[in-house]
Write a new protein. Sequence first.
Length: 100
Amino acid sequence: MPLTEKDVRYVAALAHLELTEDEVRQFLPQLDAVLDHMQKLNQLDTSQVEPMAQVITPGAGAPPARLDQPRKTFSQEEALSNAPDTGAGCFRVPRVIERE
């Protein structure tokens, strides 16, 4: 089923984007092409492919990681001591996403 301009507006709203009418018309075929490609990928037989948790380059060996050792941490009071605004023992930050 081909996408409609309504679908593009819905996806834009999910991403908190405001698109002009020209942008909606521009992105409609692009989004449709992406979804068509995903449908082609979904048709591939991946039953013999083992899931991968992390991709590393061949021959790179195990990625370096620090040892997991306990260390002293800040108390809640120390962590909040330089915060410009706190409340209920937490950092208070301004709202950045507002939904209607």
